[in-house]
Design a protein. Structure first.
Length: 294
């Protein structure tokens, strides 16, 4: 068993830490996706009850939503580096989901002394865009449903749960998922809306499609071993996944420090938010902890 503790770091980042009831066997950093929060890692904490999991809400999200820009992968990487320094964490395994994967590889590049291994959960590799579109338009179409959600308001927590329950990615509704959704709904002047700042999402999206961006350079010059877990299905449970298998194979040919683990029967969301997905991630985390230098 582990217990979630939340606090605000000196930098202003809101942080969730799952602390084992006994002595922790290891500490890892877990970085969430572009419109997510630390609560996305609750299923992983359930699978790793002996591991201390440090999971910040990135700037512009969750409890860190009021922190201003600039945003971008380098800014997020520097934010989490400051957090690890504040907590006195030695080099650790870093897990990143979706956009968090790009933050993770950028952290390894900018702050190599803090990272021993990377676990990239359906994120961190270049996205396959539509060659007929410019990169920003291609990314806009990929993230369109998430952007539409951020523009909406909701009458109640129950209405927001109903919205997520109808999402094609979630065939099974769980207590972890309900806690994740409830945390994501915040009040602003009596209006209930998702916690992620649209400005933050838009800025980070632009950063990821800028030629030669920090994450691209970081992946090219990767100096630590990484495992990429590929979800079989995409953001709306579509077949082929956000990262098609053939595309992933091409990318890892260019970067031999990355190995690939296929995760069947999950989509881009449920690879972290379901027990099956979290179990697959936990297996790779344990492998990374075993291989990490002491």
């Amino acid at each position: 068993m582990s217990t979630l503790r939340e606090f605000d770091a000196a930098s202003g980042l809101h942080v969730g830490v799952w602390e084992p009831d006994g002595e922790a066997s290891a500490t890892i950093l877990a970085v969430h996706g572009i419109t997510s929060s630390h609560r996305a890692w609750a299923p992983l904490a359930h699978q790793l009850p002996d591991v201390r999991i440090i999971a910040p809400d990135l700037r512009g999200r969750g409890g860190s939503r009021s922190l201003p820009g600039p945003y971008g992968m380098a800014r997020h990487a520097d934010d989490v580096a400051a957090l690890l320094d504040e907590l006195g964490v030695d080099p650790c395994v870093v897990v990143g989901h979706s956009m968090g994967g790009y933050v993770a590889v950028t952290l390894a590049h900018r702050h190599p002394s803090l990272v021993s291994r990377l676990v990239l959960v359906d994120g961190g590799l270049p996205l396959k865009g539509d060659p007929s579109l410019d990169p920003e338009e291609s990314l806009r179409r990929t993230l369109g449903p998430a952007a539409e959600r951020l523009s909406r308001t909701f009458a109640s927590a129950e209405e927001y749960r109903t919205f997520w329950q109808a999402h094609p990615a979630f065939a099974d509704w769980t207590p972890h998922l309900e806690s994740y959704v409830d945390y994501d709904l915040v009040s602003d002047g009596g209006r209930l809306h998702p916690a992620t700042s649209y400005e933050a999402m838009a800025a980070d999206s632009r950063d990821l499609v800028t030629p030669g961006n920090d994450a691209v350079v970081a992946l090219r010059d990767l100096a630590v071993d990484a495992t990429f877990l590929r979800a079989e299905r995409g953001m709306v449970d579509d077949p082929g996944g956000l990262f098609p298998a053939g595309w992933v194979a091409e990318q890892v040919e260019r970067q031999p420090r990355v190995r690939v683990v296929e995760v069947p029967d999950v989509n881009h969301y449920t690879i972290t938010l379901s027990d099956a997905g979290a179990s697959a991630v936990a297996d790779v985390v344990r492998e990374a902890l075993a291989a990490a230098p002491v």
